[in-house]
Design a protein around this ligand. Structure first.
Ligand code: ARG
Length: 306
């Protein structure tokens, strides 16, 4: 159920307006309200249920404040936001990047590898069917049973190259990349993830509007790095540092020339500023306690191929 809709842009600057004007629609992003967020299990090495349990009320209040700040940052960057209610007992629903892969008004809903998150599949399906009812999407389907794929966290549309970059090997399985290719009829570049610290592609890989790719090389296997190098020329490779990646700053939302991310180390801020991007930082510490950053907390509804 959609709670609210924020219409952006509130204070988009002229260059954003031009950027948005060029695309058919203004970016439309789904968020999930954090009322049911907590950190109560461990399915990635960043998760700290002990830290959460030391002050649940304090962390919940901080999470609400962080969420509101993210919402503001996205609206001010030009996005229209649809905030959907979460479900009690599914704390990780605040990370709807994992809900589905969406392109050209067609959505395919995730199959979670972790039992802890399978209860999110039905509510995400319901939410996306709600968008069909509102005329914002045309079609919603699901991955076949047992075909684990964790949504846009592991399938990132690269508008410059007109390909999906698909991560596998940690949560999503390689076979799911074939399903993606068939369903959307678009090329898929497959990237095997090497470590459980960077368990979704969005934690270590972020294509930008100007064609650059911000990524953290140690998260990838040698073969995956070769795929990146084959598609992205050296001058478009922006290599994040270990500190940037651990701060969840590769997990960023790019809207036009703005990049919204968690509190950023100087290195990544300088890297992006050097290419003419504006970095908009949000304190996302309560969500980093669950191993998620800005991109994880969003699902783009309006991605389209050209
Ligand atoms: N605790 C969540 C999990 O491990 C965090 C998900 C972050 N989402 C993302 N797209 N990287 O599944």
């Amino acid at each position: 159920m959609t709670l609210t809709e924020d219409a952006g842009p509130i204070d988009a600057r002229p260059d954003d307006a031009a950027e948005i004007g060029r695309s058919a629609t203004q970016p439309r992003i789904m968020l999930v309200d954090p009322a049911h967020f907590d950190v109560s299990y461990v399915i990635n090495p960043w998760m700290q249920p002990g830290a959460w349990a030391a002050d649940p009320a304090g962390h919940a209040a901080a999470a609400r404040a962080s969420f509101d700040a993210l919402r503001r940052a996205l609206a001010e960057s030009g996005a229209t936001l649809d905030v959907v209610e979460g479900v009690a007992g599914q704390p990780d629903m605040v990370f709807p990047a994992n809900a589905a892969v969406i392109l050209d008004r067609r959505a395919i809903v995730a199959r979670f590898a972790c039992a802890e998150r399978r209860g999110e599949e039905r509510p995400y399906l319901d939410a996306l069917e709600g968008f069909v009812a509102r005329g914002l999407l045309d079609e919603v389907t699901t991955f076949p049973e047992g075909c684990f794929q964790e949504g846009a966290g592991d399938a990132i549309w690269d508008a410059s190259r007109q390909v999906f970059w698909a991560g596998y090997g940690q949560r999503s399985i390689r076979a799911a990349t074939d399903t993606l290719e068939r369903f959307f009829g678009k090329p898929v570049s497959r990237l095997e993830l090497a470590t459980d610290r960077f368990y979704h592609l969005d934690t270590c890989f972020c294509p930008l509007s100007g064609g650059e790719v911000l990524f953290y090389p140690p998260a990838f296997t040698e073969a995956a790095l070769a795929v990146i190098h084959a598609h992205v020329p050296p001058e478009q490779r922006l290599e994040a540092s270990a500190e940037d990646a651990a701060a969840f700053c590769v997990n960023a939302v790019n809207i036009g020339r703005t990049v919204v991310m968690a509190r950023a180390p100087d290195h990544v801020r300088g890297l992006l500023a050097g290419r003419g991007y504006r970095v908009r930082e949000v304190d996302l510490d309560p969500f980093i306690l669950s191993g998620g950053g800005a991109y994880c907390m969003t699902l783009r509804l309006d991605r389209s191929s050209t």
